[in-house]
Design a protein around this ligand. Structure first.
Ligand code: FES
Ligand code: FES
Length: 225
């Protein structure tokens, strides 16, 4: 096998970006690579950045920003009540910092494009999509994830209400729903079911547990959660 051919596809490149990255390859190398992908031996795991590989392939295009040296920054945050100091690649999203570096995997990656709300966390009490926010901009911030809501073994009232009202099925969206619901209640956007639906509309549930989610939030709000 030609040593310059890619051995695998970078695991962190979503399929929607493949076309863009394939554009970097010459027709000949693209054909070779696609043939390789189709083969049974291809491993979709951590591997060399395909753009970096493309720059060394015969006849490939010029280097891009993707091959620039990694820049890191030291960031300090309070996460779920604990002081955390960490060095991050400046391109790292808050979600990836939480999940990949700090192993706080409660926050979920759904779309990674700010469209589903599965990654919702609280930053200084405000809900944000952590997939859309760079970790470095949160130096000094206070972050609360789903792991930080309960008080020991005692569930947060919103968590308890979700359990009581079956506010989930597969549960994938649930950490984001609950973090968002906590903020929604604190914002005072729970005066009616319509208002709850409107202010929770950034959190999608593919299982369609919406009626039970609204019930849970209404009850938690009524209890002064
Ligand atoms: Fe962040 Fe979907 S993963 S909004
Ligand atoms: Fe499955 Fe919401 S419970 S996506």
């Amino acid at each position: 096998m030609d040593e310059e051919e890619p051995k695998c596809w970078p695991h962190d490149v979503p399929p929607c970006q493949w076309a863009e990255m394939l554009e970097l390859l010459t027709p000949e190398t693209r054909r070779r690579f696609l043939k390789q992908i189709a083969g049974a031996g291809v491993v979709f795991a951590i591997g060399p950045n395909v753009t970096a590989w493309a720059q060394t392939a015969p006849g490939s295009v010029k280097p891009t920003a993707a091959s620039a040296p990694v820049q890191t920054a030291d960031v300090r945050m309070k996460i779920n009540g604990r002081d955390v100091s960490v060095s991050v690649d400046t391109r790292t999203s808050l979600l990836d910092l939480l999940r990949e570096q700090l192993r706080l995997t409660g926050s979920k990656k759904g779309c990674d494009h700010g469209q589903c709300g599965a990654c919702t966390v609280l930053v200084n009490g405000r809900r944000i999509n952590s997939c859309l926010s760079l970790a470095v901009v949160h130096d000094g911030d206070e972050i609360t994830t789903i792991e930080g809501l309960a008080n020991g073994d005692e569930l947060h009232p919103v968590q308890a209400a979700f359990v009581e009202h079956d506010g989930f099925q597969c549960g994938y969206c649930t950490p984001g729903q609950i973090c968002s619901a906590v903020a929604c209640i604190h914002e005072g956007h729970t005066k009616s079911d319509d208002e709850i639906r409107e202010w929770m509309s950034g959190n999608l549930c593919r299982c369609g547990a919406y009626p039970n989610i609204v019930d849970a939030i209404r009850e938690a709000a009524g209890r002064g959660a």
